[in-house]
Every structure is written in C-alpha cells, then in structure tokens.
Design a protein. Sequence first.
Lengths: 237, 521
Amino acid sequence: MAGPVPFSTDRAAVLAGLRSRVARMEGGVRPSGRGAIPVAAAVDAMLPAKGLARGALHEVLEADPGAAAGFAALMLARAGGPVLWIAPDPDAWPPGLVALGLSPADLILVRAVGEDALWALEEALRCPAVAGAVAVCRALTLTASRRLQLAAEAGGGLGLVLRPDAEEVPPTASLTRWRVDARPGAAGPRHALADPAWRLELLKSRGGQPGAWEVALRPDGRLETPAPVVRPVARAG
Amino acid sequence: MRPRACRPPRLAGLRGLPPPAAPPEIAAVAGERRWLALHLPDLPTDRLARRDPALDGRPFALWAADGSARRLTAVSPPGRAAGLAAGMAVADAQAMLPDLVLFPADPAADAALLAALAAWARRWTPLAAASPPDGLLLDITGAAHLVGGEALLLEQAQSRLGRAGFAVHGAIAGTAAAAGALARAGCETIVPPGGEAEAIAPLPLACFRLDPDTVAGFARFGLLRAGDALAQPRAGLMRRLGAEPLAALDAALGRHVAPAQPVQPRLPGRADLTCPEPLLTAEALEIGIDRLAAALCADLRAAGEGARAVVLECRRVDDTVQRIGLGLGTASRDPAHLARLLRGRVERIDPGFGIAHMALIATRAEPLAAAQTGLPGSVAADASRREALAPLLDRLTQRLGRGNVFARVPVASHIPHRATRPADPHAPMPATPPGWAARPRPVRLLTRPSPVAVIALLPDGPPARVGRQRVVRAEGPERIGGEWWAEDAPEEDYWRVETETGVRLWLARREGAWSLRGYFP
C-alpha cells in the first residue's frame, strides 16, 4: 500500500486504543492497578474484565439467601481489604465468613434501610480505603445505580447490591447482574453435606455475553465448575 | 456593635427611678477598680536558675548580639554584686569575671514563662494578664476578700512567687499603670483608692515604661520624678516631648485607661468567627464552618493534637446560643473532614434574625502524631488503614447513629449469639479464634430465631422435611449448651440440612421445637 496510511501500521493496537476510549466514554471498566476479582476460571473467560471489575457496581439477585450472601462474601473476601456490609439487619456472621476467607478484622457492619443504605454504600464506595461494600436493599432506581457506579469509579472499590430475586428487574446502570441460586450438592451420603453448589446466572454484562454456570465451593475457597454447563440466557438486562 | 443594637432599651429612667447620676469623676473611676502589679526584675536569670540548681548563687548572665557587638541583656544578682550590669559588652564582663557563665538570651522563652505565670495567677482573679517583658497585672477588683484582703493577697502572691524562685515586687493601686510603676520602683505598697497621684509623685520617671530618650528629655528640664512632671503646665511639656509621656502618666492617674489583655485558659483548641453581618443562609454558615475548621485544625496541628469531639456554637443576634456537638471515632485535624461532618448538620441551626458569632471548640483532643505507614501486615499498616477508614466511619456514624456502625469481635462462648459482640469499628481487632474456621458455621445468623415447621421421623432423629421441602442430607446433631454459670441458655441440638433444591440451613431443636438459625452458603 502506498502513502502514509496511519491505520494500517498496527491494526491491533489501534483497535485496542479505540476500545479503551469507548469503554472510558461509557464509564465502564477503568484500568486500575489492581486487577479484576476472579470468580472461577470458566466464568472469568466470559467476562470482559476477566473477572468482577473493581471500581464498578454489580447487582446480585438473591434467589437463595444463603447462596447469594455466600457469593457476595466470597467476592468481598477476594477484594482483599476492609469491606462494609450494609443491611437493614446486618446478620453477616464472622464465624461463618472466616471459612470464605473474609477476616472479622476486615468486616464492618452498617445498619441502614432504604435511602440511608444507598447513601452509605455510595459513601463507602467513594472511600479509596474500602476494598468493597455490599448493600442489601429492595429497590434500586436507575438514578441511584448511576450514582453508585460513579462513586465506585471514583473510589475503585467493588460495589455489590444484594436484591430480592424478581422476574422483571428494571434497568440499572450496574456493570453486571447475577442471579445466585443454590443447587443440590454432589451425590454423597445422607448424613454429611457435600461442598456447597451454586448456580450463577449472569443476566447482564455490559460489553460481554450473558451466561450460566454451576459451580461448587471447595473447602479451600475456590469456585470450581464441575460440569461446565454454559447455557446462554436469552434475556439480557 | 450589632448585637447590642438588638437588646431591649434600658427603661430605668422611665420607671420613676432617680435620673442617672452625672458621669463620675475621674478619681471615682480610678477608685472603682483595684490592680495588683507584680514585677519580676530578674525573670530571664530566674528562669535559668530554676531549671539548673547549680547556677544558684553563681554569677551568670545572658547575652544577645547587638549589631556586631555582643552585650549582656540580664545579669544574675551575684553578677550584679560583682559589678556587672545589663548592657555591658560581653568582652568587658568576661574581663571583670573570667569564670562568668554566659547563656544566649531567649526572649521567646521568657515570654512563654510570663504567659504561664499569668495563667497561674488566675488562682486569684479571672482577669490576669502578662505585662511584657517582666510583669504581671491582676485585676483584683472584688477578688481580694477571697484570700482575706489586699494585704494578705499581696503577701501571698509575693511569697509564692518567691518560693518558686523569682525575685518579685508587688504593688496594689487603683490603676494598672500606677501599680505597675510602683512595682517596678520596688515600692511594695497598697495605695488606697484615690491616692495614686500622691503615691506616684516621688517615683522616678523611668518607672513608667517611657523610652530612655524621653526620660533624658525630662531630665534636661530638671524633671526627674513623676510629681515634678505632673506639676508642670501640660501644654509646654506636650509641645516639647510629645503626647506619649503625658499619656503614660495620665494612665497612672486613671485619666486615661490603657486596656490589659487578660490571659485565657488554654483550651484544647478554639476558633472564633465574629461576623460583620449576621449570617442567614446555609451557604454563609458553611463558608463560616470552612474557615473555622481551617483555623481550628491549624491550631491543633501546632499543638500536635487531633480533635475527638468538637462543638459548633452559633450565637444569634438575640443572644441565644445553638450548639452542635460532634464526636469523632479517631483523633482528626483534617479541616475538610471536620467541615464535611459539620456541613451535614447545618440545617439544624435556626438562624432566626441572623448568626452574629460562630465558634468551633475542640472539647476533647488527643495527641496525634504524623503517622508512618508500615509494611503490609504490620501493626503500623493496620493502624494506617484504620486511619484512612476513620473519616468514612465518622460520616456513617454521624448520619446513622452510633450503634449502627460496628465491627463484630470474637467472644469466648459456644452459644452462637454470644460468639461475637458488636464493637467500636475504630478499635483494633483481637485475633480470630482458631476454632472458627474448624467448624462449619452459617454465613448469616438470624438475629432472632424464626420458628419453622420441621418433621422428623424419630423424636431425636434428623429432620425429614423443612416446610414444604424434603431434606436430602442432614448433618448433626451438634449439641451446644450454655456455660454452666449461665442459667438462661439451655442445651440445643443444631443440624445442618440440605433440601432437595440445594438450600442449606442451620436448624436448632430446643425441647422439641424447631427454629431456623441461619443460612449456609
């Protein structure tokens, strides 16, 4: 090709640059010093950030209270640092969370309802010293989620919102939306419980594809996909 | 002054009371107040001698550079006896006394000592002032009878200062200037009210803190004593020597009042803002808060302290005071943080007709050193991390309430609800008990056990159904009993169950009644 054509020099680099510019405009994943939080190998492969992005808001729909709380606690523990658990009745229990890797020294509980809970989550996400925060709340409007997303971008922490499961969820500005449900554990004797098994459903992922996985939580805190049942979900939020 | 303008007018004249008396005579003004002046002639040398007993009784002196020459500024009494005097060149003094001990002069330390003495003198009167460079002025009006009269007060002040190692002369008079001049002249007297003119007449003019040139000017006319100067026609003196020397003499007679600045007791920190115009809007109050926070934090930084509790006082033009108290989780002197906490509560202030004066007072302060960040995992790193978190926790606590932001610290108890207790999130966390990770425990422990319908096939057997769900697996029972000294904790059997849909629950049976205790992941 004759003549100086700037785009032909390094096509891959130009594309990567454009992609990051678009991502910045959209206010999505911001490149930060600390990488995204790994979920499980099979799940990370589907996520644009190769894991749960820091500095962003993620929604978790609570199909099963124990599994959703366990998933949120596991992600907060992997964020590594002080985390806040904001709920109308913060019943997160350190003796159980220790097994997920969340140290009691890192956990601060906040009792707040409704608007106060969202305000507390926003304040927490704005603080750079906070690695992650989760708020248990019923409703999340588009405006509120936008504020939370901007706060998370400013502070760089992992923002989680635990909401009750619903068929129709109004649109929000969160980066991803998950539905976490419990699954029967692997076959075994009747008198001993197997490793916890969850069904993670990625309902919405900005810049990525939705999906669903069945994972098992091993005693060392790893999430494994025993049978990678990747089933694309038709609906995207 | 605007606040005064809003006070109700005085109506004394309208109620049939006798009309207000004519303006009092000057002598009466002088008779109204009583002043105790204490003169500490050897303050700089006494300061050193108090610190180092080895200097006691030895000739030593302080010096300061005066241009290219080094001159003595103060000489200890034994040095004076040997012929030394302030103002002498250091070389001359060393020639006279070869073993003379010399110290550099430190006017700042002298001033600080004088201020400390003034604060100490508040034991006798709330209006005690330092009169630099070497005096104290106490307004003892109405305070002398508390120690048994002016004579006893004078004696007590002199003897206490003398025991503390200070040379001191005191005098009591109706004006501050007269008492000061008498003290500097070494006349330890009590001047009866109205007797000032008579008392100061024989004093040398140098006692009135006039500059040496003025004293020399008086001396040129043959006027050496205050009485001589006061007997002369004022117009001529004023033309020749200026108004200042006559003002000094007038102050001694009470014809002219020179204000004294009483010392205020040292508070942890206080910033004041007197508003030229009353503040009415929240924006104006916020600007005021910003300024007060900046001033207070500069004060705290200088003192090496951080505030733990602050109070914002807003005085309205009608003289009502509104206070907003604020507690901080860790000591802080970050103006932005303080201002942000206070701004959130501005709406609680009712400005009424306007806020005339604001004050921000640190009611509790703690030493706060500059923090050093440590290696990851060290105690210092933990502390610095908590410090970074403290502003956030303060904001949350301010809005949500003290008990609603907490950490859970381990307690040595097997009973689930007693295994942790809420604690101050700012405090360092004790180590995690080793038993926690060993036992499977739920991630959520219900605050109140919720009764649940459970069917067990045997009276003591595992649950077979929970609600409408069939139990697939059950692990247990784990019998947890209360401590033997606790009477309200009967034994309970705990089961971990998994239903057919995979829901994992923590159930407990107490005397045949089942309840849901928590959720497993």
